[in-house]
Design a protein around this ligand. Structure first.
Ligand code: NAD
Length: 484
């Protein structure tokens, strides 16, 4: 049986406690994972703290960046190993992992290596009463040991999105991957050792959240900052933990993202974009669309065309080239999604397509499969229109005016992303400006330039990362004032 271990101070560390890892697509037991207890978490944080002042801190920015380039190159050399880790952990179709997850994982190290090399520091000359004057300049310094708490939905991409900037800024890190997806983080330890990242700079502790590795890490007094991606209520618990010690948090949390489809849009593009935004990764993308508002004259056409496209999507195993969609991450998550499928019917939805469990071949019957599902006919107050479901499903509602749809799209506690489909330039700018979300796409979805700010409004997040914005979280900015 494969064993997935912790990675502490450059060494793989086992523990007496194991938990099982099953694949989401056939329910096969593929590994046992060594769960970190308080002692291992403490050892990882101490190693990270020690490394903060070791050779890592002596490296010039350009040399640190070179090392991060080497990390990215080594990930690319081990590309197939990372693909294997991701598909067996998460069950996404292999082509998605090959084209999005793993390449982005490598890019996250290069982009931030470039960012830190190219950020100018501030400099101000000032007058003083004695006429001699003074110079002010700023220095960026690492914040210290950063705890990186990761979700399961795009494990490698989302973990490296935090590791890249944290390490580029000279911090040391302790990563707690999701208990559902432990493999890529463990594999990354081999990469770090191979390219010569000093011991203790990168550490991994495996395990669960509350009263386990996650909580032991976020409450550890030597953790200087916490960066988190996951559900809003977990983020709130982490924020409370961070309040002891007044430590900064960067929180990327849940969403209930709207798409707004105007009748003047390019309908082919809107359908293709919505197929991706609602059903990619089996709907387990924080930026995914679960509420769609379509201008009334286009409503029937949109619903019919989306239904036809969805019914062509065939769920299948990750390595099946015909597979249009993978499974949900676990049986537990499937129970949650199916409870919403049931709730939709109870609340009076019209089920346009799906709503249940697909018929799968015998070899895949143990997986966490659900049908891609579309509903219409519910008010905006219905649970499936308000709550984040995180499954391959959406509700479609008609609207009549621009003002109305802006109000309805904004009437939700979350504010992560929105996709607007229109061919009218002024309307696109007007609506984009009025939507309460961290990211608005016009005639596209998931187009990401890693130099741009990323994060959520309202209950979807606190803080922005990406490009120079990441530096605000991962560095302390110090002003030096020199009297002349
Ligand atoms: P989750 O909140 O259940 O878990 C995330 C991580 O937090 C896991 O590693 C978990 O073990 C850990 N954790 C749980 N409780 C903890 C605690 N008390 N203390 C410390 N750590 C704790 O989220 P998930 O189910 O893994 O991921 C899905 C969620 O993530 C969805 O809500 C999705 O919208 C969100 N998400 C947001 C973004 C974004 O960028 N905004 C990106 C991806 C996913």
């Amino acid at each position: 049986m494969k064993e997935i271990l912790n990675f502490i101070n450059g060494e793989y560390v086992s523990t007496g406690n194991w938990f099982d890892k099953f694949t989401p697509y056939d329910g096969r037991l593929i590994a046992r994972v060594a769960e970190a207890g308080r002692a291992e978490v403490d050892a990882a944080v101490r190693a990270a703290r020690e490394a903060l002042h070791g050779p890592w801190s002596k490296l010039a920015v350009a040399d640190r960046s070179e090392l991060l380039y080497a990390v990215a190159d080594e990930i690319n050399r081990r590309f197939d190993d990372f693909v294997e880790a991701e598909i067996t952990d998460m069950g996404q179709p292999e082509h998605f992992v090959r084209h999005v997850d793993v390449p982005r994982g490598a890019a996250n190290f290069k982009v931030f290596a470039d960012v830190v090399k190219n950020v100018p520091n501030e400099f101000f000359e000032m007058a003083t009463p004695d006429g001699r004057g003074a110079l002010n300049y700023s220095l960026r310094r690492p914040v210290g040991v950063v705890a990186v708490i990761c979700p399961w939905n795009l494990p490698f991409l989302l973990m490296t999105w935090k590791l890249g900037p944290a390490m580029a800024c000279g911090n040391t890190v302790v990563v707690k991957p999701s208990e559902e997806t432990p493999q890529a983080a463990a594999l990354l330890g081999e990469v770090m050792n191979k390219v010569g990242i000093p011991k203790g700079v990168f550490n991994v502790v495996q395990g669960f959240g509350p009263d386990a590795a996650g909580e032991f890490l976020t409450t550890h007094p030597q953790v200087a900052a916490i960066t988190f991606t996951g559900e809003t209520r977990t983020g709130a618990a982490i924020m409370k933990a961070a309040a002891d010690g007044a430590r900064p948090v960067s929180l990327e949390m849940g969403g209930k993202n709207a798409a707004i489809v105007f009748a003047d849009c390019d309908m082919d593009e809107a359908i293709a974009g919505t197929i991706r935004s609602t059903f990619a990764n089996c709907g387990q993308v924080c930026l995914g669309t679960e509420r769609i508002y379509v201008e009334r004259p286009a409503f029937e056409e949109f619903v019919t065309r989306l239904k036809n496209a969805v019914e062509k999507m065939k769920p299948g195993a990750p390595t099946d080239p015909e597979s249009g969609m993978g499974p949900l991450i676990s049986q537990e998550h499937r129970n949650k999604v199916l409870s919403y499928y049931q709730k939709a019917v109870e609340e009076g939805a019209t089920v346009v397509t799906g709503g249940g469990i697909p018929e799968m071949p015998d070899a895949l019957k143990g997986g966490s499969w659900v049908q891609p599902t579309i509903w219409t006919g519910l008010p905006d107050t219905a649970a499936v229109v308000r709550d984040e479901i995180f499954g391959p499903c959406c509700h479609i509602a008609p609207f009549d005016t621009e003002e109305e749809v802006i109000r309805r799209a904004n009437d939700n506690p979350y504010g992560l992303a929105c996709a607007i489909w229109t061919s009218k330039l002024q309307r696109a700018h007007r609506v984009a400006a009025a939507i309460e979300a961290g990211i608005v796409w016009v005639n596209s979805w998931f187009l990401r330039d890693l130099r741009t700010p990323f994060g959520g409004a309202k209950q979807s997040g606190i803080g922005r990362e990406g490009g120079v914005h990441s530096l605000e979280f991962y560095t302390e900015l110090k002003n030096v004032c020199i009297k002349l």
